[in-house]
Design a protein around this ligand. Structure first.
Ligand SMILES: Nc1ncnc2c1ncn2[C@@H]1O[C@H](COP(=O)(O)OP(=O)(O)OP(=O)(O)O)[C@@H](O)[C@H]1O
Length: 307
């Protein structure tokens, strides 16, 4: 059977007029999403990871049908996003607004449940979002993390096939973040597709099956969390070495990557870091050779700054 992908972006381009506060700059445009190709299968939990301005929100807005690509095509379950949203297949958890402060948590869930004809689900949904113990608390008295869990509960009420979350834990402390993602995980086990944007590497690593790293509107890495960790755990060999030495190295090590140049040192990476270090030592006049493990943060910086 041919099942439509949950999300398919084909050559999606989105630009904006450059409005930097000055008078019209002559029609310069910012490319927010640069010919994006991406397929997400039903049931995947995918993190969009990227620095400020990478294009995460712009991509998410197009997935939700809030804006349209300039060119290319975005589909959700094989249809235009707006149609999928109208059919109740997409829900989103937005960062701010949307809750009535004077209602209790339980009243809020019941009101939205009745709108969707899902009153029988109220208890189960509150349990999954870990807000059952807050049932009688006014929304205005809930912490930011508790309010986000409530919003998440509301988003799951219509039983959508896809949930999209744009930085749902921004501003939360570590404990609240953990509680939020535990609730999300409990829900995703039921086969829902979840796409979330985050700045936090740990969050992506802990809760996603797959990480899509974005920078400058382009995908710079896309893989299972294990694959991304594998790239991240490569060793970096650094040394003081001249351009001749680098040339020799480039001819010997086919996948040589110059990760960084800092403080007179060159930072290098290759799948076989032993061969890299050996060549540096024996075939060049490199000095002060050091080998270090690259952590996820370094890998992220290296991948995104190379884009
Ligand atoms: N309405 C707009 N008008 C002009 N430029 C925009 C608009 N929306 C986004 N941009 C620009 O498009 C680029 C991508 O922005 P986007 O908000 O999608 O990034 P992001 O990855 O979500 O960033 P953040 O992590 O800071 O939320 C940025 O350069 C941004 O300034």
């Amino acid at each position: 059977m041919n099942i439509a992908p949950a999300i398919r972006a084909h050559n999606v381009l989105k630009t904006f007029r450059d409005t930097d506060g000055s008078r019209d700059t002559g029609g310069n445009r910012v490319t927010a999403v640069d010919h994006l190709d991406l397929t997400i299968a039903p049931g995947e939990v995918v993190a969009f990871l990227g620095p400020n301005g990478a294009g995460k929100t712009t991509t998410i807005d197009m997935m939700l049908g809030l804006s349209r690509p300039d060119s290319g095509e975005m589909t959700v379950f094989g249809m235009p996003p707006r149609q999928a949203a109208r059919a109740g297949r997409i829900a989103s958890v937005l960062q701010s607004g949307g809750l009535l402060p004077d209602y209790t948590v339980a009243e809020t869930v019941r009101i939205i449940a009745s709108l969707h004809g899902r009153t029988a689900e109220v208890d189960a949904v509150m349990d999954r979002a870990d807000i059952a113990h807050l049932a009688n608390r006014r929304v205005s008295r809930c912490s930011g993390g508790e309010q986000q869990r409530l919003k998440f509960a509301l988003a799951t009420l219509p039983d959508p096939d896809l949930i999209i979350l744009d930085e749902p834990t921004a501003g939360m402390d570590v404990e609240s973040r953990r509680a939020f993602w535990a609730a999300m995980r409990a829900d995703a086990r039921n086969g829902r597709t979840v796409v979330f944007a985050t700045h936090y590497l740990d969050e992506a690593d802990d809760f996603a099956d797959r990480i899509v790293m974005l920078a400058h509107g382009r995908i710079v890495a896309d893989g299972s969390t294990a694959q991304i960790r594998n790239v991240a755990s490569r060793r970096v060999v650094s040394a003081i070495v001249d351009e001749d030495g680098l040339g020799t190295l480039g001819r010997t090590i086919s996948d040589l990557e110059v990760v960084d140049r800092r403080g007179g040192r060159v930072y290098l990476s290759s799948a076989d870091s032993d061969a890299l270090a050996r060549t540096l030592l024996t075939a060049t006049c490199a000095r002060e050779i050091e080998v270090a493990t690259r952590n996820l943060e370094d890998a992220f910086v290296a991948l995104t700054s190379a884009a």
